[in-house]
Design a protein around this ligand. Structure first.
Ligand SMILES: [Zn+2]
Length: 254
């Protein structure tokens, strides 16, 4: 075969590979199924399904319709921690009023062999970030001296706001546990779209424990950070969302 033929074949293969392996290096898009202000104000049902989640990301957190437990999305799998502390994988037909997910690709990795609680960790990590005005996906993997989480029972209509629901939350305390914190840091100016500051959900390595993280103490962990450069958000079309008066109702805290 002539060298020109080789060149042609090479060129064709190159063009073909560009089609089947599109350039995604710079895509760090976070996806949300709704603004958190909806959930916080009692819009606790939507039609977004668990099956749709992994079309938008393999890492993240959320909850289920009726606030029926805490959601962790890790390595493309969706987990529910219910109000008894039990962890399960919900069916694809299960629905969610709120998720934040991303295809996780860390741009920064830090080994941390210190005992830092949630507050101390927040300050430590803030010191490592380029700016407080960007969104970051944060994954903490390894050994924790302690982890304190919560979950909550499924609500029935009429829904109150989330702050009311959380008055009856279940709290779980774990000691010397291996697992992963899945979470995000949102800037202050995004209040209502998401929760400003750090928000983590925990899942143990043995997939038997987890929940919304209230506190922790790190021991020997790897911290991975992805800087988000874009956010995509669905706006719910439910009657509850359309009729909520966000001008009158302030966004309650978590
Ligand atoms: Zn949470």
């Amino acid at each position: 075969m002539k060298s020109t033929s080789f060149a042609k074949i090479f060129l064709l293969l190159f063009l073909f590979s560009a089609v089947i392996f599109p350039q995604v290096k710079n895509d760090h898009t976070l996806f949300q199924s709704s603004p958190i202000a909806a959930l916080l104000n009692g819009v606790m049902n939507d039609n977004f399904t668990v099956g749709e989640i992994t079309k938008h990301g393999d890492f993240g957190l959320g909850t289920f319709n009726g606030v029926d437990g805490e959601m962790i999305v890790l390595n493309g799998k969706v987990y529910r921690v219910d109000n008894t502390g039990k962890v399960s994988q919900p069916p694809k037909s299960e629905k969610t009023p709120f998720i934040s997910v991303i295809y996780f690709h860390a741009d920064t990795v830090i080994q941390l062999n210190k005992n830092l609680d949630f507050n101390e960790f927040d300050k430590y990590l803030d010191g490592k970030l380029q700016s407080k005005n960007l969104i970051y996906a944060v994954k903490i993997t390894g050994e924790f001296k302690s982890v304190k989480t919560r979950s909550e029972a499924k609500q029935t209509v009429p829904y109150s706001n989330l702050a009311e629901v959380l008055k009856n939350q279940s709290v779980f305390n774990f000691k010397e546990i291996k697992g992963t914190m899945v979470g995000f840091r949102f800037p202050a100016y995004m209040n209502g779209v998401n929760i400003p500051g750090y928000h983590f959900h925990f899942l143990s390595d043995n997939k038997k424990s987890g929940g919304h993280t209230l506190d922790f103490v790190t021991d020997n962990v790897k911290v991975e950070i992805e800087t988000v450069n874009k956010i995509e958000m669905n706006l719910p079309e439910s009657k509850d969302f359309l009729e909520t008066n966000f001008e009158k109702q302030p966004v309650p805290g978590l």
